[in-house]
Design a protein around this ligand. Sequence first.
Ligand SMILES: [Zn+2]
Length: 172
Amino acid sequence: MAHITTNRWNPDTCDCTFDLDFDSDLPDDQRVVTLHDPTTPQWKRLWRGTTVLEEHQEAPAPLKICPEHAALTDFRVRYTAVLTENQRKNRVQSRLQTFLGVTPPPADATVEEERTYENHIKAFSWAFDANRRLDVRYSLGTRLSLDTQQKADFQALLDADAEIGAGKVRVL
Ligand SMILES: [Zn+2]
């Protein structure tokens, strides 16, 4: 029997929230996450291991809608817009790591290796402009930054990337 559980998603790219349903009986790699209709009650379940001790439906808490997405009144349309922006930001961050040859530290990394990676993560920042174009920066004091040529090269790489979209991101 399927156990549909609802989780709240708070993207790090805006203040909107969404409820997502998934079948918690399925292993992680088979899970399909679907958008929960906020007008229907959601399932709350109390688990002990793989046993459901208690389950009941309750009205979902109101979703947050940020000012930038308030014009998108249909929650499905809003979700698609927010998900697209969130995935774009994540992809740009991933492309930057590839561009710079940065890899996450291994399990047996030294403190120094971990600190280097933490600084790399801290150096990446982003903001959306009024037209929801993603402006990205890579800078941590004077230690980490992209030079003019690197910015131009990374910009060209993003603009040519079909998953990112030409003109969707500006490297500052
Ligand atoms: Zn939003």
